[in-house]
Design a protein around this ligand. Structure first.
Ligand SMILES: Nc1ncnc2c1ncn2[C@@H]1O[C@H](COP(=O)(O)OP(=O)(O)OP(=O)(O)O)[C@@H](O)[C@H]1O
Ligand SMILES: [Mg+2]
Length: 392
């Protein structure tokens, strides 16, 4: 069928025609936003899950709801080399100017601006933020990111409360925050709810954000609500596939539909890709099994050339070898000790490569002593495309 009418939306954060199976998460966020507006403190949200599972789509949908609820919203997307102090300084300034008009700043807003100024002064080559107030002394200026963040967010929250406004920060790719920035965010969220200030954080990231252990974990879980975002459940995956075409009176034969659902294993990004190729392959309004056999093949080839490959291209040769050793073991999660033995190395000596793979977002540790890929079906991609005979 005509590709320009294609109703599927494969892509990073691209809104699908039908957001399938996320009612629970959306309701949870809606109720959090309503509660904070009403004045009752709540835990902020931390959505975590594999690549392409639909975290950004969910974040955008919640942002839309927050705007309907009258929130001032700020959307931040972190990347590998971002300095959180810089990013958050700009965002806080924008929020403050939405709380009060610049010519009409109330006391708490002026106070927050002076703390923001102090906060930016300790950034080496800090951003030029036009702030016509004296920098605060003793608040936000210690140079310790975690405590300075708390001072800054509390001051912003007090300014918002004074101006009868509420603010929601959306922070995507949160796994790229430094440990200090993350602990500052968690501590800020704690202070904000103790003081019933109108700020909410809704964060999304790869599973490494939930990989804290022991005390740090129980502390973080008391302050943030960690919500795993998994593949779509049975039924929801079907809705994600047939919902978009139904709007055009197009349907799938059962065999065709099942072939895609089996291949996509509930992962929204793959459903969009396979659906997209099926639509382009189909001759008329009932998509059949033969067409899907062909379109699935094309979709997998395209994924191998782009989605999967770009990640391999960013890896060093030692990192590639590590990931190949993982795949040679079959399906994950993998014991680090087994990966080490495939590489003919001692467990301790694979630690550094494992650490860079985690910080680059390629793998994560589902529990102590284990690793797995952050991209679904990555093991299959590697087995399809690389010679793994050296790991026999
Ligand atoms: N609930 C859903 N129903 C149908 N399609 C969805 C759903 N959620 C996401 N998608 C589709 O899946 C793809 C990936 O979504 P998204 O970019 O939000 O994933 P992500 O988890 O943020 O991935 P990444 O970790 O790479 O940033 C997009 O093409 C989007 O349209
Ligand atoms: Mg995303």
């Amino acid at each position: 069928m005509e590709s320009y009418k294609n109703p599927y939306r494969p892509g990073a954060g691209t809104k699908p025609l039908v957001i399938a199976g996320r009612e629970f998460e959306i309701e949870k966020a809606r109720s959090l936003l309503k509660s904070v507006k009403f004045g009752s403190p709540q835990r902020s949200l931390m959505l975590y899950g594999l690549r392409g599972v639909g975290k950004t789509v969910l974040l955008n949908e919640i942002e839309r709801i927050s705007e309907d609820e009258g929130y001032i919203s700020e959307h931040l997307e972190m990347s590998e080399n971002d300095d959180f102090r810089r990013v958050i300084a700009k965002a806080v300034r924008k929020c403050l100017l939405k709380v009060d008009k610049v010519e009409n700043l109330k006391d708490k807003a002026v106070n927050a601006l002076s703390i923001l100024k102090a906060f930016t002064l300790v950034i080496p080559d800090g951003p030029e933020l036009k702030i016509d107030v004296e920098a605060a002394v003793g608040l936000g200026d210690s140079g310790d990111l975690d405590t300075d963040l708390v001072d800054l967010f509390v001051a912003l929250g007090e300014a918002a409360k004074e101006g009868k406004k509420y603010i929601c920060f959306f922070i995507d790719e949160v796994q790229y925050l430094s440990e200090q920035a993350m602990s500052g965010l968690i501590a800020s969220s704690h202070r904000i709810s103790q003081k019933t200030l109108p700020i909410v954080f809704i964060c999304a990231g790869l599973p490494q954000v939930a990989a804290l252990s022991g005390d740090a974990k129980s502390y973080a879980e008391r302050l943030f609500d960690f919500i795993p975002i998994g593949p779509l459940a049975k039924g929801a995956d079907e809705l994600a596939l047939i919902g978009p075409v139904a709007q055009f009176s197009v349907e799938y034969e059962d065999g065709a539909k099942n072939k895609i659902l089996e291949e996509a294993k509930g992962y929204p990004y793959f459903i969009q890709e396979f659906g997209c190729y099926a639509w382009n392959e189909a001759a008329n309004t009932v998509i059949n099994e033969r067409e899907v056999t062909e379109s699935n093949k094309k979709a997998i080839e395209a994924l191998d050339r782009s989605f999967f490959k770009v990640r391999m291209d960013r890896a060093t040769s030692a990192e590639k070898k590590f990931m190949k050793a993982m795949s040679s073991l079959g399906k994950g999660p993998y014991k680090s000790a087994d990966v080490a033995s495939k590489l003919n190395k001692k467990l301790q000596s694979i630690g550094p490569v494992r650490a860079t793979l985690i910080s680059k977002g390629f793998v994560f540790s589902p529990q102590h002593g284990e690793v797995d890929f952050t991209v679904p079906l990555y093991d299959e991609y590697i087995r399809r495309n690389f010679d793994l005979s050296e790991f026999k």
